[in-house]
Structure formats: C-alpha cells, structure tokens
Design a protein around this ligand. Structure first.
Ligand SMILES: [Ca+2]
Length: 254
C-alpha cells in the first residue's frame, strides 16, 4: 500500500498486489510510505524488490531546471532543436497539487511544434476550476493565452504549434484523483516569412483502454520515484526518492 504524507497524515493513494509490475510511483513531498500487509500465511508469494532514488527533477529528465524547488523546465533551440517532454513521473501517475511549466525558447523566426504521443490528464471538459479537473494549458505568452482551451481527459495525436519563438506549456493538478500524464515530442522550426498562419490542433481522438504507456515503453523497467515536495516548509530542501526495477511476485491481499 502506497501512502502520501499529507499534513503529517498518511493518505492512501494506491494498493498494489498480484504479479504485475507497478508503474513508477512519485511522492508529492519529501516522504513516502510503502506498507506491506500480509493477513495469512503463505508459502508461494515471495514479495517484491525495488530501487529508490531521491531526486530533485520531479521525475522530468529533460530540459534546464534553474531552481530545484520548482517544477519549471526550459528548452532552448540553441541546445537542441528536438526532444521529448513528459509529465512528472511519466508513465506513472503525476503528483497531486503540482504546477509544472515547460518553457520553449526558439531563435528569431522560429516556432515550436509539439506533438503529444500520450495524454491522460484526470478531469472532464471544459477542464476548468468548476469541473475540479487537472489540466494542461498552452500559451504564446507567460500569461494566459485565450486562444487555447484548457486540455484534460484522454487525447490521441494532439498537436500544438506556437505563433512565435516563445511557447509555454503548463500542467496543473489538484488535490484529488490522478492521471498518468503526458509525453510529447517538441521540434523547433523556422517560420517561413510568408506563411504565418497558426495551426492549433491538428487531430484528436480518444485513447483506447488498450493503449497504456507501458506499451510504448516495452520492457523498460519501472521506476518508483519518491519526490520531495515544494511545500513552503521545505522549500529549500527538495529531495526525491526513486525506486527502480521493482518486481512484484505473486503478492496479493486477501
Ligand atoms: Ca486530480
């Protein structure tokens, strides 16, 4: 059983059993509790093994993170013109109460093209505060861009393009229920001077229940991450614990 520690109290977020490897787990603060419960004698179930890490990158391995206490990552064209972004702890569930910014900085006449290959953000449309949804926001500015709706739910082949050299993607989660986040390929391209029309969303559709992130990752070992939170009390000390290669072996609750 996996517990977050919220305001000093243990909050159950996931129960694991069976012989299927779990997805990575990322804490939403500096502590995470894993509890093994066995209610009767058995001679066949052998338990589990796993690795853990303390991390400061919120489980996001790409981009430049200037401040380890903030989930803000910068992507510069003069570093690379193409790469991947992902939600914290992808393909595992993203943490609750988190704000993550992905900021793209192209050169003059550049724009950035972002193609989501996986998108699962907990919520219902229109994904605003009234729907108590987590959401992803797109903007050509640091501030809100009214051209874009807020995005949540499951999408397939979601494509977004910036108007100009700067672009911002922000993921915001609330304090309840989780999704498995997103993964996207970004590409900086040079904008032809004569064609400045913007393409917002190229295509979209539902993700099928048979297309979990694990399929994209094949035999990639799962990673259990225990992050350190951005709560004010520990704002200067962010730590992240990750557990890699967790094996769950016929370990069931009754
Ligand atoms: Ca939520």
């Amino acid at each position: 059983m996996v517990y977050y520690i919220v305001n000093g109290r243990e909050e159950l977020v996931e129960t694991l059993c069976g012989d299927t490897l779990p997805k990575p787990i990322l804490s939403d603060g500096p502590r995470l509790l894993l509890e093994l419960r066995s209610s009767y004698n058995n001679t066949e179930n052998k338990g589990f093994t796993g690795d853990f890490f303390f991390l400061t990158n919120f489980g996001i391995p790409t981009g430049h993170q200037p401040n380890q206490s903030e989930c803000t990552f910068h992507y510069f064209r003069n570093v690379t013109n193409q790469g991947w972004i992902q939600s914290p702890n992808f393909p595992g569930a993203y943490p609750r109460n988190i704000i993550c910014n992905y900021l793209f900085h192209g050169g003059p006449n550049d724009f950035v093209h972002v193609r989501f290959t996986y998108f699962d953000i907990e919520g219902i449309r229109p994904c605003d505060e009234d729907t108590a949804s987590d959401y992803v926001e797109f903007s050509n500015f640091v501030t809100r861009d009214r051209k874009y709706a807020m995005y949540c739910g499951s999408w397939r082949e979601l494509v977004v393009r910036s108007d100009a050299r700067f672009f911002r993607i922000t993921m915001i989660s609330n304090d309840r229920l989780d999704g498995t986040g997103f993964r996207a390929l970004y590409t900086f391209e040079t904008l032809p001077m004569e064609t400045t029309e913007r393409i917002e969303v190229a295509s979209m559709g539902k993700v099928t229940p048979t297309s979990p992130a694990s399929r994209m990752y094949g035999t990639l070992l799962p990673i259990v991450l225990i992050t350190v939170s951005s709560s004010p009390a520990i704002s200067n000390e962010i730590g992240i614990i990750s557990i890699i290669g967790m094996g769950l072996r016929k370990f069931c609750q009754d």
